[in-house]
Design a protein around this ligand. Structure first.
Ligand code: WT7
Length: 654
């Protein structure tokens, strides 16, 4: 191991190797190992070979214009993402093919063909046009996992509007912040979302916040419940989506757009309290998601039934439920509910019913399955499965092996795919027919991608631990942070120079060049594969009137990967009790969303601070993890540490 500091201590894993199953290899279109060398010899030519499979209205003049860190891919080319995702397949005679087998939380089912999706998308696009939406305008989308969600996204793409999807589990306040900072003009939402059989109002919950979203001129409301909940409608501003769609035609020609025209903004958490609006553009993004979706999942569009069990509100849903899957003409499952509602066999029931061949889910979900017992999946016919994928956080070898043997019956390759909202598409992942896999490793970079582990000095580590960097532009890369070029440069392209992307993950590279992702190195917490910022949660907590100060950290958690732990100093006249804990929790849910609620709140009269007054989160992490504490003499008041340590120990008992 070369040149790693103690904070980059690496975990050793057992290094079992699984070769690609012989049958799988024989039946794959991507079973030629020379692809890695070919792509490496000519990355531009490699990506261009994928871009050529798309439909362009005007050809590009240059594959890449790289003025680090600013990239333009397929320069001056023109295309439309929605035409590539829908019209192209319908024109090829595949209009009757199912794009989505939609399964509602309540068991409702609906198949949507490519032709139907094109019809709905075109109507929504016409509705948006009728409301004055023009190319470049931002449209907010806050919807449950219903067919209107992908249709609304692609409708934006059809007319060159930029969508800004907010995960349906986020709060009205989170929606407000994201709409205001992106100056969104229209917001598409629903009357309600279903949570464990009960409708949870969405539009009604947004109404108050809508008063503080001055840029929003119109709100379109999808009807999820058929009038079961109260939905306030403001005359002139709010419109029922179905009725508006019925009032327009399904004739809406796709607008040819510049390859670098913005496709979407997706806010994600960074190391400050304000979320970052990751901006993705058109030609490169579509090329990247198409290539990676096709190769990593070994997709056979004619026969596969593919299920990416993420939510459309995250980048995984954008890239692999919507754009990559549709561009490749796949048939997907679109599932609204949770893995354990109405029972813990829900996933297996769906796989059995639709004969799902490819399942793509998160380690935290796999760990739940393990906890619920193998008898549950054993009770279903899962023989249709031929490939399993994992995403969102490092997968522990035990979960990996369980997934492969219990769910995959030992015949399915497991593809662990490492990527980020910023990268747009998978970056480090096996090619299932040719890459031998090791449980817990995302294996090697996708062809054409250059990744390396570096030490504190920025030198490349051939074998050992360090931090991950990406060293060559790739087509789906974020182009900037919406409205904040400086923060983009500073966050990602400064630490190692303008032409090296700083990932923010610690990683280890082994003797075979396999990459093992170890987790974040910044103030980002990964709870069940969802990215949250310590600062965002802290700022929500200190916004509560009973709180004087708060520090938030991520602590390892067997189920969710990491869990949020908050150290809170109450105002001097406040008596901390369980009631206050509940109130803080509700407050965080209000400000951000339920997923940001701390798992543990620890009262602490003082927080450990350096003499200059900086909270030492690292020390709090060590305390919470029960680790040996290093030097605490730089602390303003070293006795704070032992006091907090006692509270943590006491807190662990409840
Ligand atoms: C962070 C990005 C990519 C879509 C979901 C998350 C972690 C993601 C893996 C993986 C180890 C992973 C990283 C990364 N991560 N996938 N296969 N193995 N870690 O997207 O919210 O932008 O989060 O998730 O820490 O930096 P995101």
């Amino acid at each position: 191991m070369s040149g790693t500091g103690s904070d980059l201590e690496v975990t050793m894993h057992t290094e079992e190797v699984y070769d690609p199953p012989e049958d799988f290899r024989a039946n794959s279109e991507f079973n030629d190992p020379s692809v890695y060398a070919r792509a490496e010899a000519d990355p531009s030519g490699w990506w261009a070979s994928w871009a050529e499979k798309l439909k362009w209205s005007e050809p590009w003049h240059q594959v890449l214009d790289w003025n680090a860190p600013w990239a333009r891919w397929f320069v001056n080319g023109k295309l439309n993402v929605s035409e590539n995702c829908l019209d192209r397949h319908v024109e090829a005679g595949n209009g009757g093919k199912v794009a989505y087998h939609w399964v509602g939380e309540d068991g409702a089912q609906r198949d949507i063909t490519y032709a139907q999706l094109l019809d709905e998308t075109s109507r929504i696009a016409n509705v948006l046009k009728g409301l004055g939406v023009e190319p470049g305008d931002v449209v907010g989308i806050y919807l449950p996992m219903i067919p209107e969600a992908p249709a609304a996204m692609i409708a934006c793409a059809r007319i060159g509007a930029v969508h800004n999807v907010v995960f349906g589990g986020f709060s009205a306040e989170a929606v407000r912040e994201r709409m205001v900072t992106s100056s969104a003009k229209v917001l598409i939402t629903a009357d309600a979302t279903l949570r464990r059989g009960k409708p949870l109002p969405m539009k009604a919950a947004l109404d108050e916040a809508l008063a503080e979203m001055p840029s929003i001129e119109h709100v379109l409301v999808a009807d999820r419940t058929g009038g079961e909940v109260t939905t306030p409608m403001t005359e002139g501003r709010d419109h029922w989506l179905r009725a508006a769609m019925a009032d327009v035609t399904a004739d809406c020609p796709p607008v040819p757009l510049d390859s670098e025209h913005p496709l979407f903004i997706l806010y994600t958490s960074g190391s400050t309290a304000s979320p970052k609006g990751i901006l993705h553009t058109t030609g490169g993004y579509l090329t990247g998601v198409t290539a990676t979706h096709k190769m990593i999942f070994d997709l056979k569009a004619e026969t596969d039934v593919y299920w990416c069990a993420a939510d459309i509100g995250w980048v995984t849903g954008h890239s692999y439920i919507v754009y990559g899957a549709l561009a490749n003409g796949a048939t997907s499952v679109l599932y609204e509910g949770a893995p354990d509602y109405p029972h813990q066999g829900r996933f297996w029931e769906i796989i059995q019913e639709y004969k799902v061949t490819i399942l793509y889910t998160a380690p935290t979900v796999i760990r739940s399955f393990i906890k619920w017992g193998r008898e549950i999946p054993d009770g279903y016919d899962l023989s249709s499965l031929r490939l399993l994928g994992s995403v969102g956080e490092p997968i522990n070898p035990r979960a990996w092996k369980w997934y492969r043997s219990v769910i995959g019956g030992e015949r399915c390759p497991v593809v662990d795919t490492w990527w980020q909202t910023e990268t747009g598409h998978a970056m480090i992942a096996p090619l299932p027919a040719i890459t031998a896999t090791k449980p817990g490793s995302a294996t090697r970079p996708f062809p054409g991608i250059s990744a390396a582990v570096v030490n504190h000095e920025g030198d490349i580590v051939e074998e050992g631990g360090g931090v991950l960097t990406l060293r060559r532009p790739w087509p789906g890369m974020a182009r900037t942070l919406y409205g904040d070029d400086d923060r983009f440069v500073e966050t990602y392209w400064t630490r190692w120079g303008r032409d090296v992307y700083d990932v923010g993950d610690a990683a280890r590279i082994d003797e075979d060049g396999y990459i093992w992702i170890l987790g974040r190195t910044d103030d980002v917490i990964n709870v069940s594969g969802h990215r949250l910022s310590t600062m965002e949660v802290e700022s929500a907590l200190v916004g509560h009137k009973a709180v004087a100060e708060a520090a938030v950290i991520g602590k390892s958690d067997e189920q969710t990967g990491q869990a949020i732990v908050a150290f809170v100093t109450p105002e001097h006249d406040v008596e901390p009790d369980d009631e206050l804990k509940a109130s803080l929790s509700a407050h965080v849910a209000d400000k951000i969303g339920k997923l940001a609620r701390p798992k543990q709140i620890i009262w602490s009269d003082e927080l450990p601070k350096t003499r200059s007054g900086k909270i030492m989160r690292r020390l709090l992490r060590d305390i919470a993890e029960g680790r040996e504490l290093g030097d605490v003499t730089t602390l303003r008041d070293p006795s704070v540490v032992s006091l907090i340590g006692e509270r943590v120990a006491a807190g662990d008992e409840d």
